[in-house]
Design a protein around this ligand. Structure first.
Ligand code: NI
Length: 176
């Protein structure tokens, strides 16, 4: 068991990627790190790039939509979102506008037993920096807006469970 542990944890990663990327453990809601306020990123260096690469790999493996740095034990203002056609890297993000409402089913990789309906903005405007420190802005809607708000809350130590209006049993979701 011990000898093949790293292999069994990373069955789909190609050999070339193994050199550069590593899966990080996703902490769960009992961990006090998830209730702390994260600090801004001031160094856009190799360490940050490694963190982002690892977060991307970890998010893909977990088949999630978004992942925030505190979820992998790193108290910095960083999150990523897999929006299907692109992986958005958001460093020192700000959500400057929120418009409309959507009632959506939501979960969190750190809270595998908590699923439920929450109300999120239908649209939002996000300002952030990329891994090189360059500023960008993007308009998000639907899943993108939902995810950005969820991940942003992680950076301030807030979990989505407090927003649940109607709980859904995760077992019911698996059956669908
Ligand atoms: Ni989450």
């Amino acid at each position: 068991m011990t000898a093949c542990r790293s292999d069994s944890r990373q069955p789909v990663i190609k050999e070339r990627e193994l050199i550069k990327m590593a899966l990080r453990n996703i902490v769960t809601k009992e961990d006090p790190i998830l209730s702390k306020v994260c600090k801004p990123v001031d160094k856009f260096d190799e360490k940050l790039h490694q963190l982002l690469d690892d977060m991307i790999e970890t998010l893909r493996k977990a088949e999630g939509v978004g992942l925030a740095a505190p979820q992998v034990g790193y108290l910095k203002r960083v999150f990523i979102m897999d929006l299907g056609d692109e992986m958005l890297e958001c460093i020192n993000p700000e959500i400057t506008k929120r418009k409309g409402k959507q009632r959506v089913l939501e979960g969190c990789l750190s809270c595998p037993n908590d699923w439920g309906y929450v109300t999120r903005p239908m649209k939002c405007h996000l300002k952030a920096q990329n891994r090189y420190g360059e500023y960008y802005e993007v308009d998000l809607e639907e899943l993108g807006a939902q995810c950005a708000c969820h991940e942003y809350d992680h950076l301030d130590g807030n979990l989505f469970v407090g927003l649940i209006e109607e709980r859904v049993d995760p077992k019911e979701l698996e059956e669908k």
